[in-house]
Design a protein around this ligand. Sequence first.
Ligand code: CO
Length: 474
Amino acid sequence: MAGSDRASYATGFSDLDDEVGPIPLVVRGEFPAWLQGTLLRNGPAKFDIGSTTVNHWFDGLAMLHRFEFGGGNVTYTNRFLRSEAFTESVAEGHLALGGFATDPCRTLFQRVASVFSPHYTDNGNVNIDVFGGATVALTETTLPVRFDPQTLATMGQAPISADVGGQLSIAHPHHDKARGCRFSYVVQFGPHSHYRLFAIPDDGSPERVIAEIPVDKPAYMHSFAMTERYLILTEFPLVVDPLKLLLALSPFIRNYEWQPERGLRFRVFDKDSGELIASRAAKAAFAFHHINAFEDGDNLQIDASVYDDPTIIDQVYLAPLRAGEPIAAIGRPIRFTLSLDDDAPVTSTVIVDEMLELPRMDYGRCAGRPYRYIWGAGQSPGGVFLDSIVRVDVAKGETSRWFAEGCFPGEPVFVSRPGAEQEGEGVLLSVVLDAISGTSFLLLLDARTLSEIARAQCPHKIPFGLHGNFYPAT
Ligand code: CO
């Protein structure tokens, strides 16, 4: 496959400059009448800026994509997120604010400010969420950018409050329906660095700090885990000396060092009291994405898409992706079992031996609770990139797969059918690159069988995105 230009995934890493819509899409099959609402997605879409090119997939300038469903029709709109990072980069002809693995061309003096000044990046290219009623695009800084979910017009930064502080945050907050809030965390860098967990109330009232612990070398954590009562930070041994970030001699992620001898450290916090109730160790591993977690008697079960080490970060630099080089290893679904009863090391078991990333589940029903089904973008045996949609039956340890020659799907977003009585009753929405035609389409699958129900053809290729969410019509 790598030798075949026609079906190379590489076209998913070329720029998309066109902004269109709202336009109706040509539909094949039938979008069910009950599917009413909007899929909002996000991802890097502009990598070539002026005469320069960013180094890494995660440094492309953010583009928003909106698919609206109703009456069996699908309309599509896409717009760049007009963040400060976007505006300044386009004006200056290069990435203007320090990114994940790309530095702006700045003098040493200017670099010193890159992480510690308020002028860090707001290029929200990772995920979309709703904070206190405002729709926001997120990256891993404390600068969410608000936008209009109807028009995709950018409305300006909506920074995490000064009371919470911090410089780094995450693009994967958790929603707690019972408590009526999102949970997230920040890293406060300084002479004494801290992890700080906080809540974002759904009603728009001020963010509040839940817990804070000191940390000597903060870990790179892209997500965290939540059960009904607990929040769990998984400290991967990819850690940074805060002084290195202060000096900013290297792009952000290059300051982090893989120190497997540290092992994994799980930190369990009580959601209500904020108390750190357990710290547990495990063998070194790396992950971007937790899948789900739940309480199981005196144990916590914590599932994630896990790698042996963080070499995946090196594999998704733009140059190898644009050359269509094979990705050697994608994360596999692993279950960590953590005892709250004693200090025993955390054990891990393979849920299924299957490469799976961008994992989703029936979040509305199962977030923080026992669950059975995972959906994700998979890489089939012998594949070179995410080339399939995989469903995992956790109870049976079985998988099924959607695959089409020359097609490279993104994250499958689960949408529960209204009135669904069981977990997993609904559909999956995934933006798929058809590398043969050089365009993308929105794929609708039955979430249980992975059989195709319908697809809607986009007017262009959508560069590989990261995350998004479905918002039912109100
Ligand atoms: Co992510």
